[in-house]
Structure formats: C-alpha cells, structure tokens
Design a protein around this ligand. Structure first.
Ligand SMILES: CC(C)(COP(=O)(O)OP(=O)(O)OC[C@H]1O[C@@H](n2cnc3c(N)ncnc32)[C@H](O)[C@@H]1OP(=O)(O)O)[C@@H](O)C(=O)NCCC(=O)NCCS
Length: 153
C-alpha cells in the first residue's frame, strides 16, 4: 500500500468509493432514507473540489486503486474518512489516521476533531478519540445522527 495526495483527477474514484462504502458498510447503522440523504452529498461538486484544493487529502492506494482516503481541514479537523467496501478491517483506516495525526502535529495542533458516524465510532474510540456530543443533523429532511469526537495529540 502506498500513500498519495489527491488531485482533481482522483475525484470520481473518491466519490464512487464514498457512495459504495456508505451504501454497504453503513447500512446496518442508518436506514435507507438516511443513507440516501447522506450520499446526496456526492452531488455537491463545489464542496468536493474545495476539499481537494484546500485540505490535506490522503489516498491509500493498492495496485493503482484507491482503497481509502482521509482528509484534514485546517490542520486539526478530519472532514472525510472512508475505506473501500472491499478493503475493510485490513488496517487501512489505522494507517491513514496515523498519517492525518502526524500532519496535525506538523501544524502544532493540540487536538484533532471530527464528526463521526455511528459506524466509525468504535474505530475512533479504539484510536483514543472521546465523544464530546451526540448530534442530530437534518439533511434532505432526514435526521442523521453522528458524534463530535476529539483526541488530544
Ligand atoms: C470505520 C472505518 C473507517 C474503519 O476502517 P478499517 O480500515 O476497516 O479499520 P481498521 O482495519 O484500520 O481497524 C483497526 C481497528 O479498529 C477497530 N475497528 C475497526 N472497525 C470497527 C468496527 N466497525 N467495530 C468495532 N471495531 C472496529 C478494530 O479494533 C480494528 O482492529 P481489528 O480489525 O484487528 O479488530 C470503515 O469501516 C469505514 O470506512 N466505515 C464507513 C465510513 C464511515 O462511516 N466513515 C466515517 C465518516 S465520519
């Protein structure tokens, strides 16, 4: 596995991974209306382009295929964090998170935060993140639960 920073050319593959992971990996934690509302975020092209242009966007690559990605905003906030549906539980999230934490340290950040799905919460807890708040977000009229989590670096 190698790491690579994303460019705009990676956008389509990242978005496909995002949609497929939410549809398969998160379906035990969110109902179909919630999944639909969540993946509707893929249509916000402006937001995705801004992520690639302004954030630290790290891709994990195996044989030229994106198997996971994580993004760090402003040196201290994990915005996107998704592992390919066919590459779950192989330690890829672990490796990407270590890299994002190292990047945050380079920015002299003392804490790293994120808004974490029900699905990803056990992973982030294992990595030392603590829940600060349970949040209810409304997207397309549908309620989506996630958790504000943070870790001291
Ligand atoms: C949560 C997620 C990022 C974990 O990715 P992963 O590459 O499978 O995780 P890793 O293999 O690095 O896991 C490392 C350890 O974390 C823990 N862990 C990972 N996923 C877990 C889960 N669903 N439940 C409990 N523990 C989990 C385990 O202890 C695991 O070690 P083990 O496999 O030896 O037991 C991945 O399942 C995912 O993409 N989820 C859906 C997307 C999502 O919700 N993203 C977050 C948006 S905020």
């Amino acid at each position: 596995m190698i790491f690579k920073q994303a460019t705009i050319l990676d956008l389509n593959e990242m978005q496909q991974l995002y949609v497929e992971t939410i549809q398969t990996v998160c379906k035990n934690d969110y109902d179909s209306a919630q999944i639909k509302a969540w993946i509707s975020g893929v249509k916000n092209t402006e937001r995705w382009i801004e992520v690639i242009e302004k954030q630290f966007v790290l891709l994990a690559i195996i044989e030229n295929k994106i198997v996971g990605f994580g993004t760090l905003k402003d040196g201290n906030y994990i915005d996107f964090f998704y592992i390919h549906k066919d590459f779950q539980r192989q330690g890829i999230a672990d490796k990407i998170l270590n890299e994002l934490e190292n990047e945050a340290r380079k920015h002299h950040s003392e804490i790293i935060t994120s808004d974490i799905s029900i699905t990803a919460k056990p992973f982030f807890e294992k990595k030392g993140f603590a829940v600060k708040a349970k949040q209810k977000n409304i997207r397309l009229g549908v309620e989506l639960i996630n958790f504000k989590m943070e870790k001291k670096l």
